[in-house]
Design a protein around this ligand. Structure first.
Ligand SMILES: Nc1ncnc2c1ncn2[C@@H]1O[C@H](COP(=O)(O)OP(=O)(O)OP(=O)(O)O)[C@@H](O)[C@H]1O
Ligand SMILES: [Mg+2]
Length: 224
């Protein structure tokens, strides 16, 4: 068996907002190994995005242990956490989250700035990533000049350009028509076949079928 990339034990996340506490995650245990394609599936409000934010080092748990690629996340300060995140994780969001008024090429090249790469190399890498996703003729287009499916492919190129160990996708087909959605799922399959570890978050049981393993989340708990 391959090594665990993500290992989570007794994870909880409580949102404290004013007088009420919301326990969004309760005692989650989860191991995801290198090369796996896992779907985290559950109804709205079950804690999927909360879990993705923690797995992606965008948020910290209230309690529990998280080891990412051999590093105990709790031991890191915010800068170290950001560095680990940019090295290990690529994100894909439902709403694409592209930077407005910037070209597809600039959007995809942006994560490489944080890796200290020079401009020529950044652009060459970004161009190659966009060409791989069939967007070689859309390099100069801004997000508003692209279809939803194309925007999501730009976002996937951006997630891949740093060659992260893990791709975290939160409802990546949520805003797409069924044909564009199927294309995105097929892309995730291809990436999985080429060895990438993929975590696909969805409320949609049909979309979850794409993965080789499903983890069901309900009321902040992993259901048996
Ligand atoms: N920043 C926050 N402050 C307070 N409560 C929050 C916050 N974010 C999420 N919650 C609550 O935590 C619970 C889990 O939310 P989360 O966004 O993780 O669900 P989800 O499974 O991603 O839902 P959806 O499928 O609708 O995206 C919900 O009850 C939500 O209201
Ligand atoms: Mg969500």
């Amino acid at each position: 068996m391959s090594a665990p990339l993500i290992s989570v034990q007794g994870l909880s996340r409580i949102y404290r907002t004013g007088r009420i506490d919301v326990a969004a995650l309760r005692q989650i245990d989860l191991v995801i190994r290198e090369g796996e394609f896992v779907a985290i599936v559950g109804p709205s409000g079950s804690g999927k995005t909360t879990l993705m934010n923690i797995l992606g080092c965008l948020d910290r748990p209230t309690n529990g242990h998280y080891v990412l690629a051999g590093t105990a996340v709790a031991d890191l300060d915010d800068n170290e956490l950001a560095r680990l995140r940019s090295r290990e994780i690529g994100f894909i969001f439902q709403s694409y989250n592209l930077l407005p008024r910037m070209s597809a090429l600039e959007n995809v090249a942006a994560p490489l700035i944080y890796q200290g790469m020079g401009r020529r190399d950044r652009e060459a890498r970004a161009r190659a990533a966009l060409e791989r996703l069939g967007l070689g003729d859309r390099l100069a287009h801004e997000p508003t000049e692209l279809s939803g499916g194309e925007q999501q492919r730009v976002a996937i190129a951006r997630a891949l350009v740093t060659e992260p160990a893990i791709l975290l996708a939160d409802e990546p087909t949520g805003n797409l028509d069924s044909a564009s959605g199927a294309e995105v799922i097929e892309l995730l399959h291809e990436l999985h076949r080429s060895g990438r570890t993929i975590v696909l978050i969805t409320h949609d049981g049909d979309v979850a079928q794409a993965a080789e393993r499903q983890v069901h989340v309900r009321d902040g708990r992993v259901a048996a």
